[in-house]
Design a protein around this ligand. Structure first.
Ligand code: SF4
Ligand code: SF4
Length: 117
């Protein structure tokens, strides 16, 4: 059972990707990036902290609350929304740098992408 959290693009969620229905479907069917897991326990979802990419304090809060609730997150997925924002909408996140920072600082695995719909 993989205990995961998803971080979504604040500018995309509920504008061009509604209600996170695509990620919920992908988790249920273990499609795309979730195919790596036998089972998924979605512990938390939150936004990226908004532009210009204030992700690190966001993840700190996420780790604190999930830890307090005894639901320690092992993997953080950045939604396909974030991936598309980086590829097409001048998202300021420097992915390589962010991944290294989060993995070092919080001891989690960090994955870019979720569904493929
Ligand atoms: S890609 Fe996933 S996390 Fe991002 S807005 Fe769409 S359904 Fe939600
Ligand atoms: S464009 Fe990037 S930094 Fe801005 S809200 Fe979306 S994911 Fe966050």
């Amino acid at each position: 059972m993989a205990k995961i959290a998803i971080i979504y693009c604040k500018k995309v969620k509920d504008y061009s990707c509604i209600a996170c229905a695509k990620c919920y479907k992908a988790i249920k069917n273990r499609d795309a990036e979730f195919a790596a897991y036998d089972e998924v326990d979605l512990c938390a979802m939150t936004d990226c902290g908004d532009c210009p990419g204030l992700v690190v304090p966001r993840v700190k809060l996420l780790k604190e609350i999930t830890g307090m609730l005894d639901r320690e997150v092992e993997v953080i997925h950045f939604g396909t929304c974030v991936k598309l924002a980086m590829e097409t909408a001048e998202c300021p996140i420097d992915w390589d740098d962010l991944k290294i920072t989060l993995e070092k600082k919080f001891g989690v695995k960090v994955v870019l992408g979720t569904h493929s719909y």
